[in-house]
Design a binder for this molecule. Structure first.
Ligand code: HEC
Length: 152
């Protein structure tokens, strides 16, 4: 059993090793993913049939470049048919708008840059999320963006 002291020491070591702010943000993005997304999108973002689509795949290079798409989905939610590398999904994702601007930015960057390895994709900042939150996209606008960007 891990004691509190062990966990605290591990946490301190991680904080000391974290160094650059960007890296600290990645760590936080993974934390947000684990607490807010993993129960549906699964541990490796592979998705699960009948529950939630994968958050990775050949088309994520395009999705990752769409400004505001991932944070927009987190604010507006998503529903309707989605084609993915794992077939078509047609479920309902509830809004994640209880997450803070910084959490939405961090988890969006985590999914695009870490999970999908799109390190060159434009980073989302908390200020970008604040602006989106003030005027969130509709689900149909998001679906239109996705459809236009993806060949399938
Ligand atoms: C309650 C389950 C659930 C949770 C929690 C959830 N999602 Fe989803 N998510 C879904 C479902 C279901 C869809 C697909 C909706 C559809 O079929 O149109 C989806 C779709 C998405 C999409 C669109 C994928 C695409 O291919 O366009 C993104 C991005 C996304 N989720 C990210 C996240 C992130 C990041 C989190 C955590 C902050 C999260 N989701 C939390 C169920 C969930």
């Amino acid at each position: 059993m891990r004691t509190f002291a062990t966990i605290a020491t591990a946490g301190l070591a991680a904080a000391l090793l974290a160094g650059p702010v960007a890296q600290a943000q990645q760590i936080k993005g993974a934390d947000v993913y684990h607490s807010a997304c993993m129960m549906c999108h699964q541990a490796q973002a592979q998705g699960a049939a009948g529950l939630a689509p994968p958050l990775k795949g050949s088309y994520w290079g395009e999705l990752g470049k769409l400004p505001g798409y991932v944070p927009g989905v987190l604010l507006a939610g998503m529903h309707g048919p989605l084609a993915t590398d794992e077939g078509q999904f047609n479920g309902v994702m509830p809004t994640q708008n209880r997450l803070s601007d910084a959490e939405i930015a961090a988890v969006s960057n985590y999914v695009v840059r870490e999970v999908n390895g799109q390190a060159a994709a434009p980073a989302v900042a908390a200020l970008d999320v604040a602006a989106l939150r003030a005027k969130p996209p509709t689900v149909s606008e998001l679906r239109g963006m996705r459809k236009k960007a993806l060949p399938k």
